[in-house]
Design a binder for this molecule. Sequence first.
Ligand code: GTP
Ligand code: SPV
Ligand code: MN
Length: 591
Amino acid sequence: MAVAWVHEMAMLCKPDHIHWVDGSKAENDRFLDQIIKEHKAIKLNPQLRPDSYAFFSDPMDVARVEERTFIASKNETDAGPTNHWRNPVELKAEMKHLYRGSMRGRTMYIIPFMMGPFGSPLSKNGIQITDSLYVVVNMRIMTRVGTRVLEKIKQGQDFVPCLHSVGYPLEKGMKDLAWPSAPIQRKYIAHFPEEELIWSFGSGYGGNALLGKKSLALRLASVMAKKENWMAEHMLILKVTNPEGQVKYMTGAFPSACGKTNLSMLVPTIPGWKIETIGDDIAWLWVKRDGRLYAINPEYGFFGVARGTSYRSNPNAMKTIAKNTIFTNVAITDDGDVWWEGIDGEKPKHLVDWQKQDWYPDSNRPAAHPNGRFTVSASQSPVIAREWEDPDGVPISAILLGGRRSDTMPLVHESLSWNHGVFMGSMMGSEITAATLTNEIGKVRRDPFAMLPFIGYHVGDYLKHWIDMGLTLAEENQPKFFYVNWFRLDQEGQFLWPGFGENARVLKWIFERCDHRVEAAQTPIGYVPIKGTLDLTNLNIAPEQINQLFQIDIKNWQKEIESIKAFYQSIGYKLPKELQQELIHLQNRLV
Ligand code: GTP
Ligand code: SPV
Ligand code: MN
């Protein structure tokens, strides 16, 4: 089955060679040597950053392209108003035309991979075909790649076929580019949910090309999850241990570049508390026989935002990327190490920027791309939880929600009920970041559960699925929802909250709320900390700042309601009536 599909795709794409990836270190070393020889990356100074590499993409291929991402379900209504729908038959014909001969002069690599730990009931096999070695070496970090998976597929286990081509065939005499890709109109990230098939063409970057991640583990998995009563979510998973040694697990849905990686590995500033990572981007959740909600991380590595990462903001990430790391679109120092805006130390006098141009402090442009990233094995993290690969998952006590909001949203507020929590998730808004290709950066958009670009079906059905999951959980087993906002600004445009390690103070309050150990004050929008219950010990913050962080401005909330209404209207008749009711309740509580 796998072999037949590979041969069919080879007939279509016409590569010069076919290579089945075994996932071994020896093979990976050969690939990296070849990459260097072909000038497609540089090896970083082994004294400073052992076994690490830097790639520089085409300036037109730097982030996910939502405009060119398609859900090709049979019926348009199944894709819903938040997706770009295409008729699957027409889209396939159009894309086949592009794939025809698209791998000429190249090698077709066959990557057997698995999303989820070995032995988990939720784990899924995939096979990605690609003509990009960048993709091969990144997939080996981000997913479980190799012979062990292929054996299972050969024994008859299902797999999701994922076809990927950068869309830059090498005809006779043509020279290759350092980062081959296709122009935007010829980029396609296509999902065929009924067939459980992914076709990606024309981009080599991140979620466009590493198809196990957003395409399989979110877009297709969300469709499977709806059918099979589980959930595929854009969420970090963290483990919190309090000073008494009690443990709780929490998930957190924040949109792209809004702080999941940072929160999942933070170093608490409050003594005795410990945070460890289970996952930093994707969670698969299901209700087990004991009636509780459990989560696994389907990924194997981190594909993290470089900008802003430093020993001050995220020391654990810095330790994780000290070696064996692939960097994409960051700047290079004169001694052959990496650099980006916000990293520790003084600004260098000279750099080579992400576009391979000389850069000086007065160059007046960022040296690293804002969506420049590191790819690194999760196992290299000093704070990866020992149970992170437990096939049975970890039980979830709290679900965090959030995004970038310069106003309106307080530092933290808690849901009044499961359905109110789903309402909070459904109306999440965030200022758009560089993680997606757009000219609307900074504009607030509704991003339900941080899944707007990743729901593989109708958003109304997706929200109904959240409501229904609540019904399968007894009330005492329902995780509570907490909406957090680290990004509120003061009048001068400065962050009101120090964030990063200090976020542990909010996690402590959440932990204790889950145990009913602290009282909270009810406001129209939900529960907030009573004065004195949010631990501010040794934090240098003015009481006025705290007031502003928790201010519920009725005028802003009225505007918020109008914006939620418009969003709900766009969802149409499939919007769950429970959410419409929650909106009316909120409106009534606010007057
Ligand atoms: P994706 O990988 O795109 O899904 O992003 P993510 O949600 O994992 O975001 P990440 O943790 O990489 O953070 C993105 C940016 O937000 C980085 O530049 C961080 O420095 C910044 N950031 C993260 N946490 C905080 C915080 O608590 N406060 C402030 N002010 N900035 C933060
Ligand atoms: C995101 O944009 O949410 C990411 C990066 O995690 S990418 O894998 O490119 O989608
Ligand atoms: Mn993400």
